[in-house]
Design a binder for this molecule. Structure first.
Ligand code: FPP
Length: 252
């Protein structure tokens, strides 16, 4: 298996940061609170996801404007299959529509798409859209959106362990020589730098199986706003909070 780890570029948040501190290169977001947003308005949960999809578009555009290179979003977890058929097909329908449009506008937008998660359980139509979006966008190198779809961090690690074990059985690797860097090549996120900042809106204070390996040293910012209400100004607040943290990576 070939794994290329991209070189870290230092990006500067020239637009809003007067001190020219580098904007996080990679921001990951748990898009939470769609259901409550809809309930507060007496609307079906699917309306909350539709509004959440619009928020995703706005925030993805904003991330690009301020120079964030990677945006990873939790769109559907391995546990979300427990939801009603209506809700699941609502979310899948939104993703299909979004990816159909993204494929149509691919050259204009030049966004790279990656998909983290086990795509084998998705409908053939959605899986094909994901595969086409990933393949056709791989030539772009400006900004990258990683969708976590049928994603669970533990499931990702188990799949990576199985792939590694298969390579050992095939004589391509030896178990004793395995390093963290080698193992990362088997993860869905191979080649993507770890997120510096993970944001969870909606007031919940847990990580829910989202990027457990990759977020080992991330800064977490939990916010009291429901995802459909999340504005670029909220992202600015999260980045300001990130700047206030003193990242030591285990050092003194
Ligand atoms: C969690 O909120 C959200 C999800 C399980 C789905 C997220 C999906 C989207 C935002 C739409 C994806 C589409 C595009 C185009 C990106 P919740 O339903 O658990 O909210 P609750 O905790 O208030 O019930």
């Amino acid at each position: 298996m070939i794994c290329i780890t991209m070189k870290k570029e230092v990006l500067v948040l020239a637009l809003s940061d007067k001190e020219n501190r580098p904007v996080p290169e990679h921001i990951a977001i748990i898009m939470d609170g769609n259901g409550r947003w809809a309930k507060n308005r007496g609307l079906p949960r699917t309306a909350g996801h539709k509004a959440g999809g619009e928020t995703f578009r706005r925030i993805a555009n904003y991330c690009r404007t301020i120079g964030v290179k990677y945006l990873t979003v939790y769109a559907f977890s391995t546990e979300n299959w427990k939801r009603s058929e209506e809700e699941i097909s609502g979310i899948m329908g939104l993703l299909e529509r979004y990816l159909t449009e993204a494929l149509r506008d691919m050259e204009k937008n030049a966004v790279t798409f990656r998909f983290f998660g086990d795509l084998s359980r998705l409908s053939p139509k959605l899986r094909k859209l994901c595969e086409d979006a990933q393949t056709r966008s791989s030539e772009f190198h400006e900004v990258q959106v990683n969708f976590c779809l049928n994603y669970g961090g533990r499931d990702e690690i188990i799949r990576a362990a199985k792939a590694f074990a298969a390579d050992v059985a095939a004589g391509k690797r030896t178990a004793d020589s395995l390093t963290e860097t080698d193992f990362e090549c088997y993860l869905d996120s191979a080649g993507v730098p770890d997120p510096e900042l993970v944001i969870r809106p909606s007031g919940e204070m847990r990580t829910s199986n989202f990027l457990p390996w990759q977020s080992a040293y991330s800064e977490f910012v939990f916010m009291n706003v429901l995802w459909p209400d999340f504005k670029p100004a909220d992202l600015d607040k999260a980045i300001e909070e990130y700047y206030r943290r003193n990242r030591r990576f285990g050092g003194a």
